[in-house]
Design a protein around this ligand. Sequence first.
Ligand code: UD2
Ligand code: MN
Length: 521
Amino acid sequence: MHRVLSVDATLAPRDPGAPGQFGHPVAVPDDKQEEAKSRWKEGNFNVYLSDLIPVDRAIVDTRPAGCSEQRVHNDLPTTSIIMCFVDEVWSTLLRSVHSVLGRSPPRLIEELILVDDCSTKEYLKEKLDEYMLRFPKVKILHLKERHGLIRARLAGAEVAAGAVLTFLDSHVECNVGWLEPLLERVRLRRTKVACPVIEVISDKDMSYMTVDNFQRGIFTWPMNFGWRQIPQEVIKKNKIKETDIIRCPVMAGGLFAIDKTYFFELGTYDPGLDVWGGENMEISFKVWMCGGEIEIVPCSRVGHIFRNDNPYSFPKDRVRTVERNLARVAEVWLDEYKDLFYGHAYHLVLKNLDVGNLTQQIQLRKKLQCKSFRWYLENVYPELEAPLVKASGLLVNVALARCVTVENTTLALEACDSANEHQKFNYTWLRLIQHRELCLAPASTAGALGLHRCQGRTRSLAWLHRALAASQPGLTDHIVREQLPQPACLEADPSDKALRLNTCDSANPYQKWQFGNYYAD
Ligand code: UD2
Ligand code: MN
């Protein structure tokens, strides 16, 4: 074994006075404000400053103490770096490439594959080819049509020769010693997927900024990626050190190293995912549920320019593209929990989204004998709140203190009895009030109510309950049908103990209801 190498090669000695040197912030001179402003949209960051900063600038070594003393194996696997881009800013792309080649032990880099995802900018064609001639390890793939990030990465992976694939965005700066700790993890077990800590290159002043340690990649419903700090008490209790590996429920997506044969065994990414977004969820679920692990390696640090908006065009609408990708992921991986996804993105239920053919992905999951999403939640991400229904149990009318009861195929209000199976209902994420396979339904005759066989995604059986707190706080305890010509509320008829629909009245206690248990708002 040997101590991690702190390679930091440059083309020529560095000028300590150059703008942005050492990752310091740069200010736009007063007389260049207009120019800087007008060039911002080329990359949705300060392109003017990026062009001023040396392509091989130094950045501060932000690794936690102890990292530079860590030892790694002499026989680490080699890697192909795959960097996809579409219309990337010239100086930023170059700085990404220089940082990879300058700060990695050369023998570990099999090649650096630049995948040009059919960029429209002229400088990304012959001019780029010519510039990269100085780096024999750089290979450029000019895709003839726009593949989107996901399929562009796959095009790179197809031709890669290294034992490990390391994916990077095209606006990054790899810090010293970034590569060996990642490869060490993959070497330790080939099913480990290793991610560097993603640090921040400011979009405004281009400074290189470190981030808080102990961050995990997580998601919240409906599958929004985010970072969460490991709670202080957990760190204390488990004596977690700054250099300890952090297991992540999901990865951010852009920067990771994975064993190449493992990546192909997993069936790569779902190639049916379009352009951008959601692929990080897909690969994360797939890795965890099919025998692997996602780890953040604190001794590996890479800066990334976070931008407010994508600087390139989407072939189709951006929001729809991401929604469709996520729905594909939900359909393949979430099992019964997919209702939580749709419940938190209810507009998708109404849209009749076409997610495309899923047969191959579902077969793949079977073939790999992957575990269930429930297993994932219990073992990888127990912190996620994921109740399968929003509420359950008795459905009590507040005024009468009586419970909705199923009598054959009709409904009545009877004395409440928590042991009575006929009084048990679920209020589901798809907003159904469900008893076994039957759902509370407004019948065709005005005001009457009945039961109907449940149909997952039809709005015609959907009820709102406790969801109107913001817009109509007076109707919080009501059970509201929105779709009728005008909203109507479930009401207990005190004379014959029956149910009916009536005009909503916030003060009417016969319209107020309570489930036995609530699991979510
Ligand atoms: C994050 C990830 C990114 C990706 C994305 C979700 C990090 C740091 N970044 O968003 O890697 O997982 O989430 O999909 O974790 N690109 C193409 N073709 C396209 C679109 C993009 O080649 O059609 C390139 C683009 O030039 C860039 C990379 O793909 O190098 C990622 O795109 P991004 O930087 O816009 O994504 P980002 O960082 O907002
Ligand atoms: Mn990016």
